[in-house]
Design a protein around this ligand. Structure first.
Ligand code: AOS
Ligand code: ZN
Ligand code: ZN
Ligand code: ZN
Length: 423
C-alpha cells in the first residue's frame, strides 16, 4: 500500500485556510517561528520493526488485521507513516526477527520508499530454535564461556547484516541478571559482560557506534547486570570512543529525574541513543506523551540545550520509538507518538534560553519556572502541521490515515490473520 502525494494534497486543501490563519497568529507572537518550523521539518525518528504489529502483554496478544509479516511489508508500513508525517524516514531492525535474506533487494526496496536503516538490535534474550546454548542464565554475562562466545558471535553477525544494509550502529540491550539473591556474583557478571562487549566492539566498523541500553529490572526481578546509566557509562568508557549510553524513557524507577540524567550524559558527550515511550508504573511501553508530557518537555529542554551548547561533542542521538501497541492500530499509535515527541521538541525550542539563563544566574526561581511554563503552555500543533506541509506531508496525519482508509486497504492486501514477528 502506497499513499499518493495527490491524495495528501487533496486532503490538505480542505484544511489550508484555517491552518494559514493560525500560522499568521503564531508568527506574530514568536520571532523565531521559522527556525523552529525548520528544525521540526528536518527531524526524524526511527521506527522499530517490531512496533508495526499488535503488541501484547505476557498474558496475551490480540491480533490486528493487515499486520506486516515480511520485512518488505514492515518497510512499506513505515513508508506510510513517513508519507503522512514526514518524520519517520528510518527503520530499526531486530535480528533474528528481521533477517534480510536478500540484503541488496531489501536495501533497494527501502531506498525506493525513502527509508533508511537506523540502529540494528541484537537479541540474546530469547533462545532461537537452531542455537546450541541457552540464554536462560544470561548471555554476555554468562558463567560459561561457550554461551558468551555464542552471544558475541550473534552480535557480530548483527553488525554484518547492518553493514550490508547501510546501518551505522548497534544497540545492545541485555536481559542478563538474576532473579534471586545469591544467584549471581555481581562483579563476575560485570567483568564477563565487559569482556564480551570488548569482543563485539572490536568487530565494529570504524564509522559505527555502539549503544548500551540499561534497565533496572525486568525480565530479571532481583538484579540486572546493566541496571542504570552509571553502569552503561562505565562500560562505554571502557570500550572506547565509539561506545555510548542509550536512554530508554521506560527504563527508570518511578520518579527518576530523567532530564537530569540526559543533561549529565551530554556534558560528557556520552548520550548516543534514545528510546521514546511513556510509563505509569514501570517499563509499560505506553504511547509517548500520554502520562507525563511535562517530563518529556523538560527532557527536550535538556536535549535542546545540550545540542546548542556542546563542547564535549555529543553526537545527535539516534532517536527511536520503543513502545508497544496492544489496543490501538499500531500505525495510528506511532503517528500519535511522533506528534507527542515533536510537540515536546517544538515547545522546548520555544523556551527563551537567554531569559532562562539570566533568571538562573539571578536565582530568580519564579521567573525560571514561568519561562518554562510559558513555552510548555503554547499550542504548537500549527508548527508541527506547517513542518509536515512544507515537506509534502499531511496537515492532520491521523485524519488523513482514516480518510484514506489505510487499515482496511492493508487488511485487503494481507488478510485478517497476518501477524508480525516481535514481542
Ligand atoms: C527492552 O526492554 C528494551 O527496551 C529494548 O530496547 C527493546 O524493547 C527490545 O530490544 C525489543 O526487542
Ligand atoms: Zn528500549
Ligand atoms: Zn524496554
Ligand atoms: Zn519500554
Amino acid at each position: 500500500m502506497q499513499i499518493k502525494n495527490t491524495a495528501i494534497n487533496d486532503l490538505n486543501s480542505g484544511l489550508l485556510l484555517d491552518h494559514e490563519e493560525n500560522l499568521k497568529l503564531l508568527s506574530k507572537k514568536h520571532q523565531n517561528l521559522e527556525q523552529i518550523i525548520d528544525v521540526i521539518a528536518n527531524y526524524n525518528i526511527a521506527i522499530p520493526s517490531w512496533a508495526l504489529g499488535a503488541g501484547g502483554t505476557r498474558f496475551g496478544k490480540f491480533g490486528f488485521g493487515g499486520e506486516p509479516s515480511t520485512l518488505e511489508q514492515k518497510i512499506e508500513d513505515i513508508a506510510v507513516i513517513n508519507t503522512l508525517t514526514k518524520s519517520a524516514n528510518a527503520i530499526s531492525l531486530h535480528i533474528p526477527w528481521d533477517i534480510p535474506k536478500d540484503p541488496e533487494g531489501i536495501k533497494a526496496t527501502a531506498e525506493k520508499l525513502g527509508i533508511q536503516f537506523d540502529a540494528m538490535n541484537s537479541n540474546t534474550f530469547q533462545d532461537q530454535e537452531d542455537q546450541e546454548y541457552s540464554y536462560k542464565f544470561g548471555s554476555l554475562c554468562h558463567t560459561d564461556k561457550s554461551v558468551r562466545d555464542q552471544a558475541v558471535a550473534h552480535n557480530k553477525e548483527v553488525i554484518d547484516y547492518g553493514v550490508a544494509l547501510g546501518s551505522k550502529s548497534l544497540t545492545v540491550w541485555l536481559a542478563d541478571g538474576s532473579n534471586f539473591p545469591g544467584q549471581l556474583n555481581f562483579r563476575r557478571a560485570f567483568e564477563n559482560t565487559l569482556s564480551s562487549l570488548k569482543e563485539i566492539y572490536a568487530h565494529l566498523p570504524s564509522d559505527w557506534k555502539l549503544f548500551i541500553e540499561y534497565k533496572p529490572y525486568e525480565p530479571n526481578f532481583y538484579s540486572m547486570v546493566i541496571q542504570d546509566w552509571g553502569t552503561s557509562h562505565m562500560l562505554a568508557k571502557d570500550l572506547g570512543e565509539q561506545a555510548y549510553t542509550l536512554v530508554d524513557l521506560g527504563h527508570h524507577l518511578p520518579n527518576t529525574n530523567i532530564e537530569h540524567i540526559v543533561a549529565t550524559l551530554m556534558t560528557r558527550g556520552m548520550l548516543g541513543g534514545f528510546h521514546f515511550n511513556d510509563s505509569k508504573y514501570g517499563d509499560d511501553d505506553l504511547s509517548v506523551g500520554v502520562i507525563k508530557p511535562y517530563q518529556l518537555f523538560l527532557i527536550f529542554n535538556e536535549l535542546v540545550f545540550g545540542m546548542q551548547n556542546n563542547p564535549a561533542n555529543n553526537p545527535i542521538p539516534a532517536w527511536m520509538i520503543d513502545a508497544s501497541h496492544n489496543l490501538k492500530d499500531p500505525l495510528e499509535d506511532l503517528i500519535q507518538s511522533i506528534e507527542a515527541i515533536e510537540t515536546a521538541y517544538a515547545k522546548a525550542l520555544l523556551i527563551d534560553q537567554k531569559a532562562l539563563e539570566s533568571a538562573q544566574l539571578k536565582n530568580d526561581v519564579a521567573s525560571a519556572q514561568r519561562i518554562l511554563q510559558d513555552a510548555f503552555n503554547t499550542d504548537v500543533k500549527t508548527i508541527l502541521a506547517e513542518a509536515r506541509r512544507r515537506n509534502g506531508g499531511a496537515i492532520d496525519p491521523i485524519l488523513a490515515y482514516r480518510k484514506l482508509d489505510v487499515r482496511n486497504q492493508l487488511i485487503k492486501e494481507r488478510g485478517m490473520n497476518s501477524s508480525a514477528t516481535g514481542l
